[in-house]
Design a protein around this ligand. Structure first.
Ligand code: ASP
Length: 330
């Protein structure tokens, strides 16, 4: 029987409602949660580990990188077939993507959580854990990068985002759809993962700012961040990758100071390109030297830029990390 390490790392899956404040707080230990995953001993030998009990808004990029090293150590053990890690759903996609970019192993790593806490009717923690463990023990799950498993659906960490603040069916891959499903404890993959990237670094540069564009914005926030010593920017641009004209000056200033600026779109689907030639359009930004972030949402592009800057401060290398394999004509 395969041995699966389950790393407990907080989130709603380990919360219950505190009757005094009438709100969910961390309460359940890994062992307590595992006792609710009834019958799992017929599928796998589970070893529980406790990494943290954090609500995911309290996860920092440094902690994410520590978690990556912790999981890598478990994967390096011969007796462990793969790892399931719990996480609050709010920033789950950021951690899952960081794990995907930094962990080197063909063994499955599955990130899971819950949308309903242990005090709610229909607590989804145990069923999500069961499906995640079934995913790890499947031979089909090897070499697929980090997967996210909730609501019996499997999504690639590189593609997934939280799409709904309440629904159990919240994790979606807007550009590609799920990679597979878990049906009656069996894993079925519909396709291969699109692209698997690895960033070799044991450092992370956390001083990276994410700025979302909206009509009529100017360079005030960018200029402030430059003054504060920002080491990189992700701009969640409009549509195909355009910004309000008054933001161009700030972007220009950052690039002139050697600060990488990664452009992504605030749209839920699609990627950026230099399609528009007007003032503030993608062509002008590209000519200034922005790096294209493909179809990543801002929060995931920011994680990638933090890791890229942990590895190198060379703009061309950073550009390569974001664009090679994604933008053939550049
Ligand atoms: N706010 C919670 C968290 O991210 C949500 C969840 O876990 O579903 O920790």
């Amino acid at each position: 029987m395969k041995k699966v390490a389950v790393v407990f790392n907080g989130g709603t899956i380990s919360m219950k409602v505190d009757p005094r404040i009438k709100a969910a707080v961390p309460s359940l230990t890994g062992e307590e949660i595992m006792t609710m995953v009834t019958g799992i001993e017929e599928y796998a030998q589970v070893e529980s580990y406790s990494f943290s009990n954090l609500p995911s808004p309290q996860m920092s990029p440094e902690t994410m990188l520590e978690l990556s090293k912790y999981i890598q150590n478990l994967l390096n053990r011969e007796d462990i077939s793969g790892v399931v890690v719990t996480h609050g759903t709010d920033t789950l996609e950021e951690t899952a993507f960081l794990l995907d970019l930094t962990i080197k192993s063909e063994k499955p790593v599955v990130v899971t959580g819950a949308m309903r806490n242990g005090s709610e009717l229909g607590y989804d923690g145990p069923s999500n854990l069961a499906a995640s463990i079934c995913t790890v023990i499947s031979n089909e799950s090897k070499n697929r990068g980090v997967l996210v498993c909730l609501n019996d659906e499997l999504n690639c960490a590189s593609e997934v985002t939280k799409s709904n603040s309440m629904s159990l069916d919240t994790f979606k891959s807007p550009n590609f759809g799920p990679i597979g499903i878990v049906d009656s404890n069996e894993v079925i993959f519909y396709r291969d993962s699109i692209k698997k990237q690895h960033i070799e670094t044991d450092k992370i540069e956390t001083n990276v700012d994410l700025i979302k564009c909206a009509a009529g914005m100017d360079s005030k926030i960018i200029n402030y961040c430059i003054e504060q010593g920002s080491k990189g920017f992700v701009i969640e641009a409009l549509g195909r990758g355009n910004v309000p004209p008054l933001m161009v000056e700030g972007i220009h200033k950052a690039i002139n100071q050697g600060i990488p600026v990664v452009l992504v779109s605030r749209c839920f689907q699609g990627r950026v390109l230099d399609s528009y030639g007007y003032h503030g359009g993608g062509k002008e930004l590209r000519n200034l030297g922005v790096i294209f972030g493909d179809n990543l949402p801002g929060q995931k592009a920011r994680i990638k830029l933090m890791l890229a800057l942990g590895k190198t401060t060379n703009i061309n290398e950073i550009k390569d990390i974001f664009e090679s394999g994604f933008y053939h004509k550049f």
